[in-house]
Ligand binder design. Structure first.
Ligand code: DC
Length: 226
């Protein structure tokens, strides 16, 4: 184990791990890895380069040479550029999520993104958000969380977010998308979405995010990180 501490936060989309990871990284003053963003940029890079998400060797080549830049905008939003092209908005759409989840099933893509993810492990510490942070990428992390919530609750949350942004969406469609993505993420042959054996599992279906964060902070304090 290295001297840089890592806390992993894994779980399905919409379980609140992005929010919790941000809050935790802010509270600790640690770095944050949004590993899903790397898969999302890879999916967008394929769209830009005219490559199909299912063309394994071409997508792996893209992932190996991914020319990506992350910048924190004044608004607090993460600006993501591929070869200087702003892909931040496109990669956050439902279609962007589908592309990410599709390219993420390719073993050579996961392999190509491994070192990039580990590069985020810098002092004083790292909060790593994803699907396989605790099982694969940082498998010897001293503290691991797995956040989950029912598919219907996650669809409902996403629906409210999109409606608030003024987008017209259908709740049944969102639920179907989430179920399809869960199915692909959980059943892929490599690094599937499963809790690490030593992960603390928190179901946020009926728990407000502030309470989930309190629960997470308690564990972080108990382990002596604060
Ligand atoms: O966390 P997210 O919704 O931005 O992730 C998008 C997709 O990327 C997700 O459906 C599966 C893939 N992913 C992955 O396979 N492994 C990770 N560590 C993070 C994301």
């Amino acid at each position: 184990m290295t001297s840089v501490p890592v806390i992993t936060v894994d779980g399905p989309s919409g379980a609140g791990k992005g929010t919790i990871s941000h809050m935790l990284a802010d509270r600790l003053g640690w770095h944050l890895l949004d590993s899903g963003a790397l898969y999302r940029v890879t999916g967008q890079a394929c769209v830009i380069e005219g490559i199909s998400w299912t063309d394994h060797s071409a997508v792996a080549e893209i992932a190996r040479h991914l020319d990506v830049k992350f910048t924190l905008a004044d608004s607090g939003e993460m600006l993501v550029e591929y070869k200087g092209v702003d892909v931040s908005a496109a990669m956050r759409t439902e279609e962007g999520g589908r592309g990410a989840s599709t390219v993420a099933t390719i073993p050579a893509v996961r392999e190509a993104l491994l070192a990039r993810q580990r590069d985020f492990m810098q002092p004083p510490g790292l909060v790593a958000d994803g699907r396989d942070m605790g099982t694969v990428v940082f498998h010897d992390a001293p503290l691991k969380f797995f956040l989950t919530a029912s598919a219907s609750e996650r669809a409902e949350r996403r629906y409210k977010q999109l409606i608030a942004k003024g987008e017209s969406v259908s709740l049944p469609r969102l639920l179907a998308d989430i179920q399809e993505r869960d199915e692909r993420d959980s059943n892929r042959a490599i690094a599937p979405l499963v809790p690490a054996e030593d992960a603390i599992v928190i179901d946020s279906s009926d728990t407000p995010i502030a309470e989930v964060f309190e629960r997470v902070l308690l564990e972080v304090k108990n382990r002596g990180f604060i």
